[in-house]
Design a protein around this ligand. Structure first.
Ligand SMILES: *[C@@H]1O[C@H](CO)[C@@H](O)[C@H](O)[C@H]1NC(C)=O
Ligand SMILES: *[C@@H]1O[C@H](CO)[C@@H](O)[C@H](O)[C@H]1NC(C)=O
Ligand SMILES: *[C@@H]1O[C@H](CO)[C@@H](O)[C@H](O)[C@H]1NC(C)=O
Length: 274
C-alpha cells in the first residue's frame, strides 16, 4: 500500500517537472529576422516577423492575434484576429496597401507586406503576436529612399562657353561627380543647385558644368548610396552646326587673308624689282 502511494507521488512530481519544462520550451517567442530594412519609393517591402506557432490541436487561427503598429504613435498598420484581417482600426495612411501572408500564419510567419512605399512609411514598426501562450512583441526600423530618375541632359552652347546640365530627383542626397576625358575631376567648373520636398520625400538636384569649348568629352556620375544605385552617363559633344558654320567662315576668312597677303607681297616685290 505504502509503496504504491510513494510511487504515485514520484510520478506526480515527475509530471510537474515535465509540465514546467514543456511550458518553458513552448513559451511564445516573437522575433524579426531583420531589425533594419530599407524600402524604395513606389516599391513594396515585406516587414519580417516570426513567432513560435502552437497550433498542434487547434488548426484554426481563431486564438491568434497579430497586430502591426507604428511605434511612434501606435497607428495600426494591419491587424488580424478571429481568424481574419481586421481593418476597421487600420490607419487610413495604410489603407489598401498592406497584407499578411495568411497561409503562412500557421507556420509562425506574421510578416506584413506594404505596397507603394512613401516617405511617411519611414519609422519604427512593432509586430505584436498573441497566442494561448501569451503576448510578445518585436520591433524593426524601416528606412526610406527613392531611386534617382534618368538624369535629363541639356547642352547650351554660348558664344564664350558651353553649359552642360543634368537634372534628376530621388532620395536621399546623392553623390555627384563629373569626370573629364582622362578621368580627372571637373569639380572646379561644377555648380550644383538642390531643393528638398519633405512632403514628397524627394531631393531635386541640378548640376551644371561650364565647359570652355567643344569638342567635349566627359562622364556624369551619380550615386545613391542608401539604395546602391549607381548611374554613369558618358557624353561626347563635338559642337552644334553653328560652331561648324563659324569654323568654316573663319577658315574662309583666314584663307582669303593669306591669299591677300601673298598678293600684296608679290605686288611689293614686283614693284621693287621694277
Ligand atoms: C513569410 O512569408 C513570405 C511569403 O511567402 C515570405 O516572403 C517571407 O520571407 C516569410 N517571412 C518569414 C520571416 O519567414
Ligand atoms: C492616422 O494616424 C494619424 C497620425 O497618427 C492620425 O492623425 C490620424 O487620426 C489617424 N487616422 C485614423 C483613421 O486612425
Ligand atoms: C482599394 O482597392 C480597391 C480594389 O483595388 C479599390 O476599389 C478601392 O477604391 C481602393 N480604396 C482606396 C481607399 O484606395
Amino acid at each position: 500500500m505504502h509503496a504504491v502511494r510513494r510511487h504515485s507521488a514520484l510520478l506526480h512530481s515527475t509530471f510537474l517537472i515535465l509540465i514546467i519544462l514543456c511550458s518553458s520550451a513552448d513559451s511564445l517567442k516573437v522575433t524579426v529576422p531583420a531589425r533594419h530594412l530599407t524600402a524604395a519609393r513606389g516599391h513594396s517591402v515585406v516587414l519580417g516577423c516570426e513567432f513560435s506557432p502552437d497550433f498542434g490541436q487547434n488548426p484554426d487561427l481563431s486564438s491568434l492575434v497579430v497586430t502591426w503598429q507604428r511605434q511612434e504613435d501606435n497607428r495600426v498598420v494591419h491587424s488580424f484576429y478571429y481568424g481574419q484581417d481586421q481593418l476597421a482600426t487600420q490607419n487610413s495612411t495604410y489603407k489598401n496597401r498592406t497584407a499578411l501572408f495568411v497561409n503562412e500564419l500557421r507556420k509562425g510567419n506574421a510578416s506584413v507586406k506594404i505596397e507603394n512605399v512613401g516617405v511617411k512609411d519611414k519609422g519604427r514598426y512593432l509586430c505584436t503576436v498573441s497566442t494561448s501562450q501569451g503576448t510578445e512583441k518585436a520591433e524593426l526600423q524601416l528606412d526610406y529612399g527613392a531611386f534617382y530618375t534618368e538624369p535629363k541632359l541639356t547642352i547650351n552652347a554660348r558664344s564664350s562657353d558651353i553649359l552642360v546640365q543634368y537634372e534628376t530627383e530621388g532620395f536621399p542626397e546623392p553623390q555627384v561627380m563629373w569626370k573629364g576625358e582622362h578621368g580627372e575631376n571637373l569639380g572646379n567648373n561644377i555648380q550644383t543647385f538642390t531643393q528638398t520636398d519633405e512632403e514628397m520625400g524627394l531631393y531635386y538636384i541640378k548640376s551644371v558644368y561650364t565647359a570652355p569649348n567643344s569638342p567635349l568629352s566627359f562622364t556624369f556620375i551619380l550615386e545613391n548610396q542608401l539604395l546602391h544605385q549607381y548611374l554613369q552617363r558618358p557624353v561626347s559633344y563635338t559642337g552644334g552646326q553653328n560652331s561648324c558654320f563659324y569654323e568654316a567662315i573663319a577658315l574662309a576668312v583666314i584663307s582669303f587673308l593669306l591669299v591677300l597677303t601673298a598678293a600684296i607681297l608679290a605686288g611689293i616685290y614686283y614693284c621693287k624689282k621694277k
